[in-house]
Design a binder for this molecule. Structure first.
Ligand code: NCD
Length: 302
């Protein structure tokens, strides 16, 4: 991984420093850090991503301008293109634009016209790279390593953008084995299943969770929500949802050292009784959003 690996290692270490500062109430605002503004532009609903980015900017001593319902309240309503909006916002001298959009590829379109760095905070059913960094950080904090892992990913691997970015990120590490569990309609997109054999990672696909768990002892169970809002009309949602529900009985068969992750929001695909299990790492994972996004903003604007 080399250069890329150094950046990743640097981000993890910086995030850890910020995690400690948050826990001890220590300020990280310093004269070495720029005090500019970041813009958050969200065309799709968000709770964690937008608030953690905005809090991250404030903690670093930056100011934030934001449009939360950009689809309804920005000039998009008047028919302005994303490109024109980005050109204008970047011309205001912001240090970075954090963009969430409904369309796959929107972040790349924004990058092509922006004079400020653009951070992809989720583009349709495409990518969600900052969530993948939070997931990587969580794996490092929980497992004390980021290689030689069996990572079972279940649910909606087709429309779940966090899965796409996570697979692309983890495949760069040594000894990764992805156990991919989903209904045939919701398998990982071909662009990724065609790319994976060119990496160091191995992957095996299953439809049945019980069969997958008989064959593999996962270190990480990465559970996902079925992205109902992205399904083609008339998809049998309920039927699919019932097959991918994580229950206490399934969890009792997992290795003691394993961890359960989920990018959240969780609906009923994880029984809330599991929340008390020490292996349930999803709320710790969500909390890592703040230090990791601080590290990302610090790197991008530093
Ligand atoms: C995810 C997303 O927006 O893709 N949420 C998040 O940012 N943590 C996952 C989801 O919506 O299911």
């Amino acid at each position: 991984m080399d250069g890329e690996g150094n950046v990743l290692a640097g981000l993890l270490t910086t995030a850890h420093g910020f995690e400690t500062a948050i826990a001890t109430g220590r300020s990280v605002i310093s004269s070495r850090r720029s005090r500019g503004s970041i813009a958050t532009l969200f065309y799709e609903p968000s709770t964690r991503t937008r608030l953690s980015f905005e809090l991250a900017a404030l903690r670093l001593g930056k100011s934030v301008v934001s449009t939360e319902h950009a689809k309804d309240f920005s000039s998009a309503v008047k028919g302005e293109t994303l490109e024109d909006t980005i050109r204008v916002i970047s011309s205001y001298g912001v240090e970075a634009i954090v963009l969430r959009h409904t369309e796959n590829g929107a972040a790349s379109r924004a990058v092509a016209v922006s004079s400020a760095p653009v951070i992809n905070a989720g583009d349709g059913d495409g990518e969600h790279p900052t969530q993948a960094l939070i997931d990587l950080y969580t794996i490092w904090r929980e497992m004390d390593r980021t290689d030689n892992l069996t990572v079972l990913i279940a649910g909606d691997l087709r429309f779940g953008r966090t899965v796409h970015s996570l697979v692309e990120l983890l495949a760069r590490f040594h000894g990764m084995h992805f156990v991919l569990v989903s209904p045939p309609e919701l398998q990982l997109p071909p662009r990724l299943t065609k790319w994976l054999p060119k990496t160091k990672a191995r992957f095996t696909e299953y439809v049945s969770l019980s069969v997958a768990l008989k064959k593999h002892k996962p270190d990480i169970l990465y559970w996902t929500r079925l992205q109902r809002e992205r399904f083609p009309p008339a998809t049998e949602f309920q039927n699919l949802a019932e097959q991918y529900r994580l229950t206490p009985k399934i969890v009792s068969s997992l290795p003691k050292s394993s961890r359960i992750m989920h990018p959240l929001p969780r609906l009923d695909e994880i029984d809330s009784k599991i929340d008390r299990d020490p292996r349930a790492a999803y709320f710790r994972q969500a909390a890592h959003g703040l230090p990791v996004r601080m590290a990302i903003l610090d790197w991008v604007t530093g």
